[in-house]
Ligand binder design. Structure first.
Ligand code: NDP
Length: 304
């Protein structure tokens, strides 16, 4: 087999992937990144980072753009291609894309995660017609309106607070009796008079005309109720982007890649970092920390 083309390939140009690529390239490794969509990942949906990571601008776009420029200056080669398959053998890892095959001595999987969808009637039909998963992008469309946020985690409350800048009322619909968000987000959401909590409430249908007009829910008593809302934003957790990974890379019950404390996976020379990884804490700081560990591990195994 011919020599691998790169020391390291990083799959994903979100915060974890760009951080890992930057660290590894600055250490002198030859590094390529692969990204199926626009660089930046989920952080692009955040206008005001909270907390703002060290060295980052105030918005998610600023943060991702800074990292992308730093990668480029460090010599990272960026490929706008989706990775379709990955296989490790004989000390190298080979990636397959629609455009060809690429090889590296090590790979960091930082393919991130996407927001889960509710899977209820009306959700697909009203996508971009009131159903959204980007409060920062679409919030201004709901000036003076009533909207609903589904979920009771940190994301739901953070985004409910964004929507409260614009909407008259934000209904937070939680299937559990209590939110699971941390105390900080909970205190801020409870202090916002426009936010109304609906515990033990599940969405059944989204209805309207050309645009969303109402949401049919059921509370703890099982009685159907209609909320007049022009928008619905589901923040019910993340699902990892792992479809291209072989089954010998172990996953946990939620489909995330299982790693050791050096970010190594069950396959030699394949590491993982960020939201795709089991144990990720969902924060930007956590993604960057994972990425630094993964890059250091790759460097140690290639040059150590
Ligand atoms: P979480 O998994 O933490 O919360 C998901 C929420 O959605 C829960 O309230 C859950 O309810 C609910 N839910 C799940 N499935 C459904 C469903 N089918 N129907 C209705 N409700 C559902 O996800 P988040 O996206 O909020 O957070 C992901 C990670 O990102 C976390 O680690 C979080 O801490 C982190 N995060 C950090 C931020 C920060 O530090 N700035 C900001 C945002 C997120 P139930 O409780 O009943 O399961």
């Amino acid at each position: 087999m011919s020599d691998p083309q790169f020391d390291l390939i990083v799959i994903g140009e979100g915060i974890a992937g760009l951080t890992a690529a930057r660290v590894a390239a600055r250490q002198g490794l030859s590094v390529a990144t692969f990204e199926a969509n626009i660089f930046g990942g989920l952080v692009l949906n955040v206008n005001e980072l909270d907390p703002v990571p060290p060295g980052a601008g105030a918005s998610g776009t600023d943060y991702a753009s800074t990292l992308m420029s730093e990668c480029s200056e460090a010599g990272v080669v960026s490929h706008s291609e989706a990775v379709e398959a990955l296989a490790g053998a004989n000390g190298a890892v080979t990636l397959t894309t629609a455009g060809g095959t690429y090889s590296a001595r090590a790979v960091i999987v930082a393919s991130g995660a996407k927001l889960k969808r509710l899977g209820v009637p009306g959700e697909e039909e009203y996508a971009y017609k009131g159903v959204s998963q980007c409060a920062d992008c679409d919030g201004p469309l709901f000036q003076g309106a009533e909207v609903a946020v589904v979920g009771g985690g940190d994301s739901a409350l953070q985004e409910a607070l964004v929507l409260a800048h614009y909407a008259d009322r934000v209904h937070v619909l939680m299937r559990s009796a209590a939110p699971r968000a941390n105390a900080g987000w909970l205190a801020r959401a409870k202090a916002e008079p426009k936010i109304v909590f609906h515990p033990q409430t599940s969405v059944y249908r989204i209805e309207g005309g050309p645009m969303v007009e109402r949401i049919v829910v059921r509370g703890a008593d099982g009685v159907e109720q209609t909320l007049a809302c022009a928008g619905l934003f589901a923040y019910i957790g993340l699902e990892p982007n792992t479809a291209f990974l072989p089954t010998d890379i172990k996953r946990d019950g939620s489909g995330r890649v299982v790693t050791d404390d050096k970010m190594g996976t069950a396959v030699a020379n394949v590491l993982a970092a960020g939201a795709v990884r089991s144990g990720d804490d969902g924060t930007l700081a956590g993604a960057a920390r994972d990425a630094e560990i993964a890059a250091a591990s790759a460097f140690a195994s290639l040059r150590g």
